[in-house]
Design a protein around this ligand. Structure first.
Ligand SMILES: O=c1[nH]cnc2c1ncn2[C@@H]1O[C@H](CO)[C@@H](O)[C@H]1O
Ligand SMILES: [Zn+2]
Length: 369
């Protein structure tokens, strides 16, 4: 556990090296938001995609971060045209998935649920099934390549349906069909304002009848009604972001009052997939230092920390955790708490979650001291 500092016995802040080595669990990461900039350039070249703002990988990486730094979710999402644009063939999808698994492993991630929207990857003529199979093959290849380098990561897939479109029931059925072949759950994403979760109620009702798991992006660009619908109408297991839940919490000095929805979220241990850097870029949080994760962690909500889109935020799990160390003074104990929260909330069978907590996460933190 944390090394006591020489002077007063309080734990020293974790070093970047310790944060990198610490076992991490990632529940909210978009496949099409995590490409290596050099891979975007190479795939664009191979596919004849000529709309990239620049061919230079370093400049392109910076372009994504700057363009996503827009203060609006809608404008942030415009940057995905370029990543989705180069992910239209089976080979490209498998390569991106393989590199994703390897990059997460190199960052010390031991378990990840990575999401993508199959319906966005059919422009080159692939069937939805072929899209899912190509990505799954890529993840397995990436896991094997990481293992060969002594890094063990396990990657599960979440299939996303786009909330402005009308294919959610079809994508939900796809998620159920592939649930024993790499897919662990379902999600809806895209612009939130004007596209409430209840638009996709039939998909969620179908998933519940199938005993399947799903998370919903809610409370990011829109407030409490979106969170309420996601939980009480749709029955989401987890909330993607959920930052606006603070609108239902009144803080007056030491006096903190939770409204009924915030109480429900805390009492039922609803996992919040918080993504600090992404939330600052889209304007869902004013800054890292003022991010609701600080308050929600103090109030013992089931908080988890995530990357959302590593390319658009120029980030990684270690970087997000490093920001929390820097701005909230988190120690290894806090990082372990966040990690165990995430593992408890994963869409894996209970015994497998427990095996990762007891066999990988706790020993991994114990070895850091
Ligand atoms: O933070 C987010 N909020 C809502 N939608 C998102 C976010 N990040 C990515 N996507 C959307 O999800 C699709 C599938 O991965 C992406 O293409 C993007 O449009
Ligand atoms: Zn997201």
């Amino acid at each position: 556990m944390p090394t006591p500092s020489a002077s007063d016995g309080t734990p020293a802040p974790p070093t970047p090296e310790q944060v990198l080595r610490a076992p991490k669990v990632l529940l909210h990461d978009h496949l099409d938001g995590g490409l290596r900039p050099a891979t975007v350039v190479e795939l664009a070249d191979a596919a004849g995609y000529d709309r990239l703002p620049t061919q230079d990988p370093v400049a392109l990486g910076q372009w994504f971060v700057d363009a996503a730094d827009s203060g609006s979710l809608e404008r942030y999402l415009e940057t995905f045209a370029h990543t989705v644009g180069v992910m239209q063939g089976a080979d490209a999808l498998a390569r991106v998935a393989s590199e994703c698994a390897q990059d997460l492993a190199a960052d010390g991630v031991v378990y990840a649920e990575v999401r993508f929207a199959p319906e966005l990857h059919v422009e080159g003529g692939l069937a939805l099934e072929e899209v899912v199979e190509a990505v799954d093959a890529g993840f397995r290849e990436g896991e094997a390549a990481a293992a060969a380098r002594g890094r063990t990561v396990r990657v599960g897939t979440l299939l996303t349906a786009m909330r402005h479109a009308a294919r959610s029931r079809e994508i939900a059925e796809l998620a159920v069909r592939y649930r024993d072949r790499g897919v662990v759950g379902f999600d809806i994403a895209g612009a939130e304002a004007g596209f409430p979760p209840t638009r996709h109620l039939d998909a969620f009702e179908y998933l519940r009848r199938e005993n399947a798991h799903f998370t919903i992006h809610a409370g990011e660009a829109f407030g409490l009604p979106s969170i309420w619908e996601a939980l009480q109408w749709c029955g989401a297991d987890r909330l993607g972001h959920g930052v606006r839940i603070i609108d239902d919490i009144a803080v007056d000095g030491d006096d903190v009052r939770l409204g009924r929805l915030a109480s429900y979220v805390r009492d039922k241990r609803i996992p919040l997939e918080m993504c600090p850097s992404s939330n600052v870029q889209t304007g869902a949080a004013p800054s890292i230092a003022e991010h609701p994760i600080g308050l929600l962690r103090r109030l013992s909500f089931r908080v988890t920390v995530n990357t959302d889109n590593r390319l658009m935020s120029g980030t990684s799990m270690s970087r997000e955790m490093g920001l929390l160390v820097e701005h909230f003074g988190y120690g290894l104990r806090d990082l372990q708490w966040l990690t165990i929260n995430a593992m408890k909330s994963a869409f894996l069978p209970f015994d497998e979650r427990l095996a990762l907590i007891d066999g990988v996460i706790k020993p991994g933190y114990a070895a850091l001291g």
